[in-house]
Design a protein around this ligand. Structure first.
Ligand SMILES: NC(=O)c1ccc[n+]([C@@H]2O[C@H](COP(=O)([O-])OP(=O)(O)OC[C@H]3O[C@@H](n4cnc5c(N)ncnc54)[C@H](O)[C@@H]3O)[C@@H](O)[C@H]2O)c1
Length: 357
């Protein structure tokens, strides 16, 4: 394959700052076109992108079918709001194209299951944008874990607790987002801890979701602002703003999760993970390994930062498309994560611990 011909569905904020920005750095990628519901804005953007990058103006369409009638495409990034991921991701695979779908992969287990089945039938790359897996500091931790330095990991704690950091727009509208911080940032924290634990099989889930503060709109706080029009001041805020969960796995290990867009506590936007094992422990942020050596407690700090995670993610996707390599974050794992997200939400609604089928 000379050049990978790429299209993006949902030419909004993450598409602009991550997917398109990184595809555009590669000479072996041709950016064919965009599909979006807001044609006028995206057509204007396509022209400015072409002017700034020196590349041809990408074609803009209202549907993937329209794009495929006019253009040849190999791979598609799905970057629309959460509740539309399943529809577009299935369409991409059904058309025999390679897929990179943003997180959360879907907002329901039934859709995740359908997507997994479609991915299994397809010989194309089907990858989920679980971008934190591509961080340099996470890659460093994975080396310790894979080498067995932690022994058996029996407990993991993960959290992202923002004092104030509710995204604007559709994120707080459940019909579009499928949920609040659990779907938005909880998916990253949960996935990362679970993946580093070795992807154990879920046994029981106890979840707690609440809207503790709601539409606060404090001044002078920067927050993620999507490009889709509507709900600019979070007028519709019918999701949780805080979520917690306690998950038991069939191998006896346990994961504890806490995420908030807003909480009356100290500001901390960072994704934290701590893994406790029989031989050693490790923490992400600060990056440290806790062990014993020669009868002495040792703490090893590493000088590794986050690195350009989106560049690593997009480069990985393009390399998978070119070489047939299996992606680091695949649709089967995406399905397992969606199962946990759905169980957390349902456990909270029903006010009891749920057992996985
Ligand atoms: N990996 C990460 O760290 C990360 C960070 C931010 C956002 N995201 C994910 O990226 C996705 C998009 O988020 P965003 O902040 O870029 O949103 P956005 O609103 O900026 O972009 C969404 C785009 O999709 C278009 N759109 C909306 N509904 C559509 C539909 N039915 N059909 C076609 N186009 C449609 C909108 O016009 C807009 O251009 C979300 O799933 C979000 O969770 C991931």
């Amino acid at each position: 394959m000379e050049k990978v011909r790429v299209a993006i569905i949902g030419m909004g904020q993450i598409a602009k700052v991550a997917h398109l920005a990184e595809y555009a750095k590669r000479d072996d990628v041709e950016i064919v076109g965009f599909v979006d519901a807001e044609l006028a804005r995206v057509e204007q953007f396509a022209r400015s992108f072409a002017r700034d990058s020196g590349r041809p103006v990408p074609h803009v369409y209202a549907s993937l079918e329209d794009l495929l009638v006019n253009d040849q495409v190999d791979a598609v990034s799905v970057c629309t709001p959460n509740t539309t991921h399943a529809h577009y991701a299935l369409q991409v695979l059904e058309h025999g194209l390679h897929l990179l779908v943003e997180k959360p992969m879907t907002v329901s287990l039934a859709d995740a299951q359908r997507l997994q089945e479609a991915a299994e039938k397809s010989d194309r790359v089907a990858m989920v944008g679980l971008s934190h897996r591509f961080r340099d500091d996470v890659t460093a931790i994975k080396r310790f874990v894979d080498a067995g330095d932690l022994g058996q990991v029996y407990y993991a704690k993960t959290r992202i607790l923002r004092r104030r950091g509710t995204p604007k727009g559709w994120f707080t509208h459940r019909q579009v987002s499928g949920g609040g911080p659990l779907m938005d940032i909880g998916v990253h924290a949960l996935d990362l801890a679970w993946w580093l634990m070795g992807q154990p099989q879920v046994k029981t889930v106890s979840g707690f979701l609440t809207q503790g503060i709601g539409n606060d709109n404090v001044d002078f706080i920067g927050t993620w602002t999507p490009l889709s029009t509507g709900n600019e001041r979070n007028q519709v805020f019918d999701t949780e703003d805080f979520a917690a969960a306690f998950i038991r796995f069939t191998n006896g290990s346990v994961l504890q999760l806490e995420v908030a867009w807003e909480v009356n506590g100290p500001q901390d936007d960072a994704l934290k993970v701590e893994l406790f094992g029989t031989k050693g422990g490790i923490s992400l942020d600060p990056l440290a390994f806790y062990g014993t050596s020669h009868g002495v407690l040792t703490t090893v700090h590493s000088e590794v930062g986050m690195g350009p995670l989106f560049q690593r993610e997009i480069d990985h996707f393009v390399e998978c498309v070119k070489t047939g390599q299996h992606p680091l974050s695949d649709v089967r794992q995406g399905r397992d994560v969606v199962q946990m997200l759905e169980m957390i939400d349902r456990s909270s609604q029903e006010g009891r611990e749920l057992t996985a089928p």
